[in-house]
Design a protein around this ligand. Sequence first.
Ligand code: SAH
Length: 245
Amino acid sequence: MDAKVRLYVEQPLGQGQAVALTADQAHYLFAVMRLAVGAVVALFNGRDGEWRAEVAEAGKRGGVLVCQAQTRPLLMPPDLWLLFAPIKKARTDFIVEKAVEMGARRILPVQTRHTNSERIRQDRLQAHAVEAAEQCGGTFVPEVAELAALDRLLAGWPADRRILWCDESLMGAAQLLSGGLAGEPRGPWAILIGPEGGFSDQEKARLRAMPQVLAVSLGPRILRADTAAVAALALWQASLGDWRP
Ligand code: SAH
């Protein structure tokens, strides 16, 4: 029997492993989805792959599932981080959701000089990442980091992690990519998307001076940050990521 419901849990998963449900999970499975003892659920925890589990106990405020067999191994996305300056709530949620679907390993909201949003709700964004993974069949949930200053991140930036800097000032002209990123090395990368207000001159100068940085144009139109994030993720995945062998 195929599982109708995919659920993220924190506990370890393995053959015969019993998983106790929280009140919220029990409510979702038994009240909302109307599952009963004997029903089958797909479980994942971001570490142990996906498991088929059977409902062994179903209560109003709790319940127990028992793992029967692994249905998918853990599939890690490539070592790609997404750095973006948070925007309005709904669009920031969208960026996190899409980054999970597109296969980012880590999501890092960054504070730039012109970033609109001073604060984020990290816990809420992390919950969005979990939901997106549940929905897209992912077995991995990227960490959503706390908001960090771009300056500080760049100051400690690892020498071996390239940065795909989406730079709208390259728009048009001769800067359009021909052949995607095919000539670039695979390995650790990050995508950097700026705020609605764009990058400051100081930020641009700093990025230009870093040997890890590759500045790219995403075409002759100005994209909103959420569109730019999805476009850059697609470009990177198709050239250097898990869209190709
Ligand atoms: N304030 C800017 C637009 C910022 S768009 C302006 O009006 O000029 C938000 C972010 O999306 C940018 O910082 C950049 O990282 C990315 N972006 C949008 N369009 C882009 C393009 N055509 N090429 C490269 N990056 C782009």
